[in-house]
Design a protein around this ligand. Structure first.
Ligand SMILES: [Cu+2]
Length: 291
């Protein structure tokens, strides 16, 4: 009996401790990761990606119809004009109506594709009402994130060695865990300004519908607004040298309160906030005694 009770108590205790650890280390669930046997796009986490998917769906319908039409024409020609059925071939070389038709129809199809395509291009291009900006700099071979609106601190984001990943962030898949994720608040429009320090890199997070090639000496702009908290991942998408494979992009989306807390921590670590033990009597000392 006692043994069972002790075991039960230990179980509860480990549950409580476990819960504490879980909330501390895994406050955000791992959302945006690839899955086994994944065939299509990753799930969409931003309105930009929703629109990318709907453009893709439209294009898929158009190219399927075109392919089936061309296949049907080919089969018809193979059957109808086979030497056995058509021993004397036609010698017609021109048909004005047909030539105008096969010029105009593709133009119309391209216009149908171009309208939503340009609309999406402009939609994803710039965010005039962004609440904050994060500057992304690609290095050989890690990412640097700067927060100019929060006092201009910066963090480096490097891949974790496998042993460290297992120890520190076991919930995150292999080759995707980094020491410092880019941290952003949920449901907030974030302007992404991208550049590179050495060679071209690609800041790409498929679930966000963002793929920015970052180039030394240039600034490229994009934006994200993520609806749910969690960890999201991408990879450098521009061959940038030996360790190109080992510079994953990890984004941690947190509540606004948690983001503010994280910013305070980073500012303190960067020495941007004066220590808290400043003299408190200063304000009263400046008030004249006779008032
Ligand atoms: Cu790369």
């Amino acid at each position: 009996m006692i043994g069972k009770r002790a075991l039960g108590f230990l179980g509860i205790l480990s549950g409580v401790v476990g819960l504490g650890l879980t909330t501390a280390a895994q406050a955000q669930s791992v959302v945006g990761v690839p899955h086994q046997w994944q065939m299509s796009f990753p799930p969409s986490y931003t309105t930009v990606m929703d629109k990318v998917e709907s453009l893709h769906d439209l294009l898929l319908v158009i190219i399927t119809l075109i392919s089936l039409f061309v296949l049907a024409l080919l089969l018809y020609v193979v059957f109808r004009f086979h030497a056995s059925r058509n021993p004397t071939p036609s010698v017609i070389t021109h048909n004005t109506v047909l030539e105008i038709a096969w010029t105009i129809v593709p133009i119309l199809i391209l216009v149908v594709i171009a309208i939503p395509s340009f609309r999406l291009l402009y939609y994803s291009d710039k965010a005039p009402d962004a609440a904050l900006t994060v500057k992304v700099t690609g290095h050989q071979w890690y990412w640097q994130y700067e927060y100019p609106d929060q006092g201009n601190f910066s963090i480096d984001s490097r891949i974790l060695a496998e042993a460290d990943r297992i120890k520190e962030k076991p919930q995150i898949p292999r080759l995707l865990a980094v020491d410092n994720e880019m941290v952003i608040p949920v449901n907030t429009t974030i302007r992404i300004i991208g550049t590179a320090a050495d060679v071209m890199h690609g800041w790409t997070v498929p679930g966000f519908g963002i793929k920015k090639t970052v180039i030394p000496g240039r600034l490229n702009e994009g934006w994200i607004n993520v609806e749910h908290e969690g960890y999201y991942f991408g990879e450098c998408s521009q061959i940038c040298g030996e360790n190109h494979t080992y510079m994953p992009i990890a984004v941690r989306v947190v509540s606004k309160a948690e983001f503010d807390k994280w910013v305070e921590q980073q500012k303190k670590a960067a020495g941007l906030i004066p220590p808290m033990n400043a003299p408190t009597g200063l304000a009263s000392a400046t008030i004249p005694a006779n008032r």
